[in-house]
Design a protein around this ligand. Structure first.
Ligand code: BGC
Length: 257
C-alpha cells in the first residue's frame, strides 16, 4: 500500500500525469530539479479513450502513488480553462468536455489540465534544452501527431497547434511529418529528417524562432538526421525525453505557465 500524500507546499513535489494515445503515465516530480521521485507508473490508454474510461485510468495512476494533493495533467488536444476543444487523435466525445472537472471528480484531487506539447515545452524551457533562453522559442513534439509550444521570453503562447498546418498539398502536416508517419511509410531516420527539415523551414518562415527544440522519440535519434536539417533557425534535441509531459504538467500545479 502506497503512503498517503497530502498537500505539502514546502515539499515542492507535485504529481504529473501524461495522457497519451497509447499510455497514461505519471509520477511525483521534484519541482526544483524536474526529476521523477519514483519510477513512473504507466497503464495502456483504454480504447475507445472516452472521458469516463480515461478518468478511471487516471484514477488508478493517482491511487498508485496514494496521492491526495493537486495534480498536473496533460492532454493531446486544445485545452482552455480545463475544457477540451479539439480531438485530432483522441475520442471525439472529448470535445466540449470539462476535462479538469471530470478528472478532478474521478481522483478527488484538484486537476490542472494542459495541452501535452505545452507541458513538454514548459519542462524544456524551465529545466531542459531551452533553459535560460529568451526570445522566440518553439518546442515541437513528434509522436502520433505533432505538438507545438511557443514561448516568447519564457512566456507560453498556449494551444498553437502547428501540427495542423497545410504544407505542400498535405492538408494536415502531422499526417506526413509526425513520428507515426515515419513508421507508417517505413522511412529511415535520414529520410524522415528531410520531411522534418521541410516542415521546420516552413515554421521558420512563419515565426522566425530563435531556437527550435525537437522533442518526442526523435530527440534520442537526433544524430541520425541532424545533417539533413538546413533550416536557418538553431535546432536542438529535447533533453527531458519521455518524461517531459509528466514534469511539465507537475510544474503547472499552483502556477500559470
Ligand atoms: C493535437 C495537439 C497535440 C499533438 C501532440 C495533435 O494532433 O492537435 O493538441 O499537442 O497532436 O499530441
Amino acid at each position: 500500500m502506497a503512503p498517503n500524500r497530502s498537500a505539502d507546499p514546502a515539499a515542492e513535489v507535485a504529481l504529473g500525469i501524461d495522457v497519451g494515445g497509447s499510455g497514461i503515465k505519471g509520477a511525483p516530480v521534484d519541482l526544483q530539479r524536474g526529476v521523477l521521485l519514483e519510477e513512473r507508473f504507466r497503464i495502456p490508454t483504454p480504447q475507445p479513450a472516452t472521458p469516463e474510461r480515461v478518468a478511471e485510468t487516471v484514477g488508478k495512476v493517482v491511487d498508485r502513488f496514494g496521492w491526495s494533493a493537486p495534480i498536473g495533467c496533460t492532454f493531446p488536444a486544445i485545452v482552455k480553462n480545463g475544457v477540451v476543444l479539439s480531438a485530432a487523435n483522441v475520442d471525439r466525445s472529448w470535445i466540449g468536455t470539462d476535462g479538469a472537472a471530470v478528472l478532478g471528480s474521478a481522483t478527488g484531487c484538484p486537476v490542472t489540465l494542459v495541452n501535452d506539447a505545452d507541458a513538454a515545452g514548459l519542462a524544456e524551457i524551465r529545466l531542459g534544452a531551452a533553459a535560460g533562453r529568451s526570445g522566440v522559442v518553439l518546442v515541437l513534439t513528434f509522436g502520433t501527431g505533432i505538438g507545438s509550444a511557443l514561448f516568447v521570453d519564457g512566456v507560453l503562447v498556449p494551444n498553437t497547434e502547428l501540427g495542423h498546418l497545410q504544407l505542400d498539398g498535405h492538408a494536415d502536416v502531422e499526417d506526413w511529418a509526425a513520428a507515426s508517419a515515419r513508421e507508417r511509410d517505413s522511412l529511415s531516420w535520414p529520410e524522415w529528417g528531410k520531411r522534418l527539415d521541410r516542415y521546420l523551414r516552413h515554421v521558420d518562415a512563419l515565426l522566425s524562432p530563435d531556437l527550435i527544440v525537437v522533442g518526442g522519440g526523435a530527440s534520442k535519434r537526433f544524430d541520425r538526421f541532424r545533417d539533413k536539417l538546413r533550416v536557418g533557425a538553431e535546432v536542438v534535441p529535447a533533453k527531458m525525453r519521455n518524461n517531459a509531459g509528466i514534469v511539465g504538467a507537475a510544474l503547472l500545479v499552483g502556477g500559470s505557465p
